[in-house]
Write a protein that binds this ligand. Sequence first.
Ligand code: URA
Length: 279
Amino acid sequence: MSNYSGANDAARQDPLSQLKWLVDAGADEVMGEAPVNRFKAAPPAPPTPEPLTDKATPATPPRPSVGAAMRPTGELIKNAQGLAQECQTLGELREALSRFEGCGLKQTAHSTVFADGNPKAELMLIGEAPGRDEDREGRPFVGRSGQLLDLMMAAINRDRSSEDPKTSIYIANILPWRPPGNRNPSLEEISLCLPFLKRHIEIAQPKILLALGGTAAKHLLETPTGIMKLRGRWAKVATKDGEIDCMATFHPAYLLRQPGQKKYAWADLLQVEQRLQQK
Ligand code: URA
């Protein structure tokens, strides 16, 4: 045929062009150690695993962590709790997370996204998990939803770069590692990371917590109730040192898709600010 197809063939053989084509198509994560030939006939189905109690049906199934191979989840969670509880400072907690090999998400993530903002802030925000931009930068909420979050915070006179606890915010996520392809995290992954977040909150000692979105709200408040019912109401998060007032609101990523819901988030933020003024 024409030269055109010859040029295409050459490009197809070139590993760099192949890689660029994959990245442009959105395949920007390494999902496994060995290539999988998906044209080969599927092997016989393995025995049915324990049902996931999570609502999510992940596009990419969570993989067991290498460091933790064959160790029961309960044991790994206990290990996470022990490691987290030993930490007395945020520096120690960050270090403990970087040593923790119990959660498989760490193997596919580029960074451990610990936190951003002012750790002394009165208001601590909890999101769900880093996305692609956050994974690349190693900071939470730096992508599109982060930009909206910054605008939302500016509307209540708060700024993550402020040094004043009264005008700043501190931000962390339920998960410090990006789930590959932004799939929903499994319950197991969340349970393995929660001990670190709980200790994070205990050490930071914010006056108020703001849960962003359904996943953060459900797991912070330990309830199966959805965000539509949880948002706009005060609840308590129990810590070793007492209880912290917690408000849930919509996740900025949801507000980007549903701008008509911003008025509810605004009402939630006003409640938060009002209560902070009273503390
Ligand atoms: N969404 C989150 O929940 N957290 C982030 O850090 C970024 C996007």
